[in-house]
Write a protein of this length. Sequence first.
Length: 206
Amino acid sequence: MSILDKVVAAVTPPESNEQRAEARAKARNAAHDGDWLSLVLDHHEQIEAAFAAVKGAKDAGSRINAQRRLGILLTGHSIAEETVIYPALVKAGEQAHSTKAYTEQSAAKVQMGLLEDLDPLSQYYLDKLEHIRGAVAHHVYEEEGNWFLDLQAKLPPADQAKITFRYKEEFSRYTTNGEGADADAVPPAIAGSRRSEGIISTKTRN
Ligand SMILES: [Fe+2]
């Protein structure tokens, strides 16, 4: 059994539905309209609804369609987190949370890939789907319960604005074939960053 398989196999969410709801309500309370945290919470809710749609599909065709929609949401959301939010965790000194987050999302990608090869109307399929759903629910609870609230508390406003911009850009790039992402758009500058210094010095030379 690979490490990634073990991560998924070990998941029996230790937290209750009430604890999950409480964590979400607290995270919603901390989020501001349109900021990175509110977008992440919206996408977590959409992912939960997409899991339910796959399980509830009555025939093979509609189940595969629902699975494809779930896959697009999961991949778009995870790419945006892995490209933008988890690096911000490292910057905020939360290396352990970041490493765990990458590992858990890689495990989910592996299992979603394997799900594609199963008969969509079989019990094997439903068992694997439930396993992935449980692993994702636990991962979401970790993010909403404290990882992201800690991140929000630690990052300065300029960094918050930048990760909101970049999270939206990466999610949109995957979920809308890039139509919602502007390749020439420049993210908000981060105070004191080498990147902003570089932009300023280039402009000065011109
Ligand atoms: Fe997430």
